[in-house]
Design a protein around this ligand. Sequence first.
Ligand code: NDP
Length: 324
Amino acid sequence: MKSNAIRIHEFGGPEVLRFEEIDLPEPGAGEARIRHTAIGLNFIDTYHRTGLYPIGLPAGLGSEAAAVVESVGAGVTDVKPGDRVVYTGGPTDSYSVARNYPAQRLVPIPDAISDEQAAASFLKGMTAWYLLKRSYPVAAGDTVLLYAAAGGVGSFASQWGQHLGANVIGVVSNTAKAELALKQGCQHVVMADADIPARVRELTGGEGVAAVYDSVGKDTFFASLDCLRPHGVMVTFGNASGAVEPFAPAELAKRHSLYVTRPVLFDFIDSRASLLQVSADLFDVIASGAVEVSVNQRYALRDAAQAHIDLEARKTTGSTILLP
Ligand code: NDP
């Protein structure tokens, strides 16, 4: 069967994305043929595009989508034709109209959740889940610092953090994003170009925060350590400004016995049981209204390059969807 997909033949800027016709074979054993209905845009897609996270070329892009199952290969019991499903993870090929995918990593979408909500929330919302419940499990009353609070992951983490009783201080780069972050449950916002440690000390009576969730990486790593209270937890989980450079463990000692973790979503959903459990938790907070899914940008799939330009220029808020 013929289909269409975004492909890259070299690493580089958004201009390397090409909308091409591809041959789609029949689904193999353990695979399902799925037709995408909504595709999630994520910052990790830009790391794959630039080669920061290397993938074999030529390659597709994209790690998240909602879809309908069209047919299944031998041995598939987890899903059947007609099912609405969502997935996250490689191989990177969700920027496509249709594809084959390992059936055991497809999760049925509950009736209460739309395809767009599923595609907009699955990777980002489950990331917020592990940040707040595993990397540093927030307790009611904890104060934590969250970068890119009006962005994709940030919009889920600020709402979910508030829902869990945490006081979230959000870092944002402009006043429109500040308003959004406050509306989404941040107790305070700090501007990205401010002296962040100084502002955080002011807001916490000099104490510092229990944890920092830092997705900016290179530019903010040491400022984030300076925001922590003694024994605080630095969760460095992204590279929006570039990868964090090597550092001496003594940096943690001199700031009073800090902890650092560098987590990856896929380690928290590496079995079908954990994937179903975490996604059920996510769907519950969305269906209950505790966490709202904001799809603030939509692009046609063939315009994915423009979506990358806007994401990297910090022009987007909330979640972004590509429509096949
Ligand atoms: P976002 O929608 O949050 O977009 C990125 C945001 O980062 C921007 O809007 C911007 O917000 C902020 N930012 C700060 N510095 C820069 C910079 N130099 N260039 C671009 N943006 C910058 O993206 P996602 O929700 O898709 O991802 C957020 C982060 O989380 C990414 O770093 C991503 O890699 C990471 N991530 C990590 C996962 C993991 O398991 N480790 C899983 C999922 C995401 P502002 O303008 O307000 O500063």
